[in-house]
Design a protein around this ligand. Structure first.
Ligand SMILES: Cc1cc2nc3c(=O)[nH]c(=O)nc-3n(C[C@H](O)[C@H](O)[C@H](O)COP(=O)(O)OP(=O)(O)OC[C@H]3O[C@@H](n4cnc5c(N)ncnc54)[C@H](O)[C@@H]3O)c2cc1C
Length: 430
């Protein structure tokens, strides 16, 4: 067959581009299919920060001299854009009590970056290795023919097919093509929240270099609201709000800036950018491949692998493809790595996410109960981590250090947190 690629990749996000670069460096003939017109234009909501916790998702990321080093996997990526160190992590109760996490030496637990520039830098490296990029092209179907894979694509009104020995699906969280190739069969869908992230200039009163979560009914009826410092200056923030089809994020946003305890910070502010997404929250794929097709990054994840995780997936996927093409079982090797690397692939982690959610979900705790629990930790600084799995453990352990007091002062509240106390006693919060 003429014109067959070694590897076709659907999606020029961080997972797809990293696969393309690494596979091309390994000598493969690679094409990337991307529906956007411009890969550096980011439309989906993304806070764009690297998690700097040692050992996070079995990796440790270091940033130095325009390079991002993945020290365990042994690769690096060029990044020439702006960055901002995030050093304080605050959880705010309805009446302003704060739980504060930070490293004692003020080193950053997260580093914000410009995602568009990061993808542009990565694409330039792909181009140097001879990767072909098909922009404004949607992959909508296809079939694994055994010897090769056929992918059906459409650019404007023009439909055609591409033949490839192996296919990597790196289409992100909505995982449509993943379904077309049969990988979503039996996969649980937990829900499809809407998320909108507003970049707002001219704000006052938010801590610089910080990540904040605001809890309670005056901010949001059922979830926390996130406020992050921005790479665009101290008077600019990113405000991220989750909603659903009955309560869209824009409605919550209007209330926040006009009627909530944080509205005073917005008197002279205006929105300079808005990004959104609907987020299919699938269970992760424990076996992310079938035949000649491998799903990586958010397409195979429970919600998200983050940008750094997407790079890791891309790097390991390319090696897997190379091995598959020389007759080794690369997809099985990838699957072992995938299941060990990510917290959401370890059963207990999902349990902990549920517990963390239960701190945010106001119907479970009243505003008064949130104020009470947060006030117990006022003035303390918990040792900073940023992982969505480590932070809840730390916060709950710190609250439970006041267990006897809670039991005697708030017996009803204590009853609500009894299951978390049990986890603590079983050592699962360590
Ligand atoms: C609210 C929010 C906050 C976040 N905050 C952070 C954060 O702070 N730090 C962090 O690292 N990550 C964050 N993330 C997660 C991060 O954005 C993702 O985990 C990461 O981008 C996943 O990379 P990916 O390459 O797997 O998918 P994506 O980045 O989604 O890329 C998929 C690409 O595929 C293309 N595509 C999709 N379908 C097709 C098709 N059929 N044909 C052709 N092209 C297609 C898309 O246009 C896109 O370019 C956040 C996400 C959300 C929603």
């Amino acid at each position: 067959m003429n014109n067959i690629f070694d590897l076709a990749i659907v999606g020029a996000g961080p997972a797809g581009l990293m696969t393309a670069k690494t596979a091309a460096e390994l000598g493969l003939k690679v094409t990337v299919i991307e529906m956007k017109q411009d890969i550096k234009k980011i439309k989906r909501a993304c806070s764009a920060q690297f998690v700097m916790d040692e050992g996070y998702e079995n990796e440790s990321v270091k940033i130095q001299d325009n390079k991002i080093f993945f020290t365990k996997s042994g690769f690096d990526i060029t990044y020439t854009g702006r960055s901002l160190n995030i050093i304080d992590n605050y959880h705010h109760s309805p009446r302003g009590h704060k739980i504060h996490l930070a490293h004692p030496d003020h080193r950053p637990f997260a580093v914000k970056f410009d995602k568009g520039q990061l993808l542009q830098d990565l694409w330039e490296d792909c181009e140097k290795c001879g990767v072909e990029l098909r922009l404004e092209t949607i992959a909508y179907g296809g079939e694994d023919m055994g010897e090769h894979v056929r992918i059906d694509v459409k650019k404007h009104e023009n439909s055609y097919s591409i033949n490839t020995r192996k296919l990597v699906i790196a289409e992100g969280a909505n995982a449509k093509l993943t379904g077309v190739f049969g990988l979503n069969e039996g996969r649980v869908l937990f829900g499809t929240p809407y998320v909108v992230s507003y970049t707002i200039e001219g704000t006052t009163g938010f801590e610089p270099q910080s990540w904040n979560q605001f809890y309670g009914s005056e901010y949001h009826p059922f979830a926390e609201v996130m406020v992050e410092s921005s790479i665009y200056g101290n008077d600019t923030i990113e405000l991220t709000i989750m909603g659903n089809k009955d309560l869209p994020p824009d409605e919550i946003f209007e209330n926040l800036v006009k009627n909530s305890p944080m509205s005073k910070h917005f008197s002279n502010a205006h929105v300079i950018d808005k990004k959104g997404c609907s987020l299919k929250s699938y269970a992760s794929l424990k076996k992310p491949y079938s035949g000649n097709v491998l799903a990586i990054g958010d397409s195979a994840a429970h919600v998200e692998v983050l940008v750094q995780g997407a790079f890791m997936c891309g790097y390991h996927a390319a090696t897997a493809i190379k091995n598959e093409l020389i007759g080794k079982n690369g997809f099985e090797q990838y699957t072992c790595w995938w299941n060990q690397a990510f917290d959401f692939n370890r059963a207990d982690a999902l349990e902990l996410v549920k517990l963390y959610g239960s701190l945010a979900m106001r119907p479970k705790y009243s505003d008064e109960e949130l104020d009470y629990m947060f006030s117990l930790l006022e003035g303390e600084v918990l040792n900073g981590d940023f992982s969505q799995f480590e932070v809840p453990k730390k916060v709950w352990k710190a609250i439970l250090a006041h267990k006897t007091q809670i039991q005697s002062e708030r017996p009803i509240l204590f009853n609500k947190i009894k299951n978390i106390d049990e986890l603590n006693r079983e050592g699962k919060l360590n």
